[in-house]
Design a protein around this ligand. Structure first.
Ligand SMILES: C[S@@+](CC[C@H](N)C(=O)[O-])C[C@H]1O[C@@H](n2cnc3c(N)ncnc32)[C@H](O)[C@@H]1O
Length: 264
């Protein structure tokens, strides 16, 4: 929560924009905070430094000054590998609120209409996560943006270090591929490959096909998956979970007949 507060205040940008390590009074003024909040900002800074996102410098006249660590630079909003949006998404009340109801969930009986299937659904009117997201555009955008930024970094590494996994693949479908950053990176690295991004309608509707070799398909991965030489799964543990525990034969047979590239 301290890091979330720091990101929301714009603290990484204020520290990063300063020429050299920044003092507490300078930070209070560049963040536009009331001077009375300085002692509290000091505590926040200590916590953020303790978590490894800031370095503490005390050498100059014994005044505490702060600079961003390499991890702290990942919180800068203009960093293409920004992790701040993922942090804001996972600490959003939509995802944290269910944790406050875990004991009530344990005590409740599973009801017929599945309202109490998970703590998420019992908190959000019986809706499971993806169903809920289709009804909350603000949170959905936050979550999709977080995943897209996560994909930027992973994609760069995967197409460089894991190049051999994609060689010889003529067509690929990124199952539950979000807004398509991963597929776009693969398509760019392998211009001869035709890439399809399959995701739920509220995620991909309105997205333009990303160049000649990326197209979007709106659908449910548990119902059908477009044909391709290879299936890419990134951060789709629920899909693997369903395959293993619910034995979805149709999908399982499909996966067995093509190459599976899983990034969990
Ligand atoms: C954790 S995100 C991962 C997104 C993307 N693979 C990535 O790594 O950036 C899970 C994705 O699964 C999608 N999803 C959930 N259930 C789905 C379903 N039944 N069919 C298709 N996509 C689904 C969600 O909309 C979301 O984009």
């Amino acid at each position: 929560m301290s890091i979330k507060c720091a990101v929301q205040l714009g603290l990484p940008e204020a520290v990063g924009a300063h020429a050299g390590p920044i003092s507490l009074p300078d930070l209070v003024s560049s963040l536009g905070l009331p001077p009375s909040k300085a002692p509290y900002l000091h505590r926040l800074l200590r916590l953020v430094a303790h978590s490894g996102f800031l370095s503490l410098h005390t050498k100059l006249n014994d005044v505490e000054r702060y600079s961003l660590t390499p991890a702290g630079r990942f919180l800068l909003s203009d960093n293409p590998y920004n992790a701040g949006s993922l942090l804001l998404a996972v600490l959003d009340p939509v995802l944290t609120e269910p944790f406050h109801h875990m004991s009530a969930w344990f005590r409740s009986e599973k009801d017929d209409d599945d309202v109490n299937t998970t703590t998420f659904s019992s908190t959000h009117g019986g809706k499971m996560a993806w169903e809920y997201m289709a009804t909350d555009a603000v949170f959905s955008d936050l979550f999709n943006d977080a995943m897209a930024r996560d994909s930027c970094m992973i994609a760069e590494l995967v197409v460089k270090e894991g190049r051999s996994a994609f060689e010889g693949v003529g067509s690929l479908v990124d199952v539950a591929g979000g807004t398509g950053n991963m597929a776009k990176a693969v398509a760019k690295a392998f211009p001869g490959m035709s890439c399809t991004v399959l995701d739920l309608p509220h995620v991909v509707s309105g997205l333009e096909d990303g160049g000649n070799n990326v197209k979007y398909v709106a659908g449910d991965m548990f119902e059908s998956i477009p044909a391709a030489d290879a299936v890419l799964l990134k951060v789709i543990s629920c899909f693997l979970f369903y395959l293993i525990f619910y034995n979805l034969n149709i999908i399982f047979n499909y996966i067995c007949n093509c190459k599976l590239i899983a990034l969990v």
